[in-house]
Ligand binder design. Structure first.
Ligand code: SF4
Ligand code: SF4
Length: 152
């Protein structure tokens, strides 16, 4: 499953290099966050244990590693792939579930703070687009059920 998400040839280079560890804010600030260990286990086929780890959710997607990387490939890709697989298996933190439920309902991942906006003289937040999101999700759901029916 991982091979469809990741380029193992580039990942092998990553294992040899490891330079991003020094520029990654999560590596610097969060004890135990180390994509080098995740990449090693991915390459050795023993990544399953990371799917339930909080660490795969601690990547900030700040793209520092991508920007610094001589092969424009990064720690980030490995962590994203792990989150994608974890999500497909239902192994995500409760905050993700709550965030998704809110997105489905409102089209937002959080409510803008009205007092905060007022304090800084910002206008009323734009309409969320929640109704459009619901329509799009319904279309997507129908598309997916069609695919499932085709596969029989
Ligand atoms: S994208 Fe993730 S792995 Fe890459 S530097 Fe930022 S926090 Fe670290
Ligand atoms: S992402 Fe690039 S720079 Fe960072 S460790 Fe991997 S190969 Fe090295």
């Amino acid at each position: 499953m991982l091979k469809s998400h990741l380029n193992f040839t580039l990942l092998e280079e990553c294992r040899k290099c490891g330079a991003c560890y020094e520029v990654c804010p999560s590596c610097i600030a969060l004890p135990g966050y180390d994509p080098r260990a995740v990449i090693k286990d991915i390459l050795e086929g023993s990544y399953e244990k990371w799917l339930e780890s909080k660490h795969i959710w601690q990547c900030l997607e700040c793209h520092h590693c991508l920007e610094m990387c001589y092969q424009h490939y990064g720690f980030e890709d490995a962590m994203t792939a792990m989150r994608t697989i974890a999500t497909k298996k239902g192994l995500y933190p409760p905050q993700i579930k709550r965030g998704w439920a809110m997105f489905e309902k409102t089209g937002r991942l959080g409510e803008p703070s009205k007092p905060g906006r007022k304090k800084y003289g910002l206008p009323e937040p734009a309409k969320s687009g929640g109704d459009e999101i619901k329509k799009l999700l319904a279309i997507l759901k129908n598309d997916t059920s069609g695919e499932k029916a085709d596969k029989g």
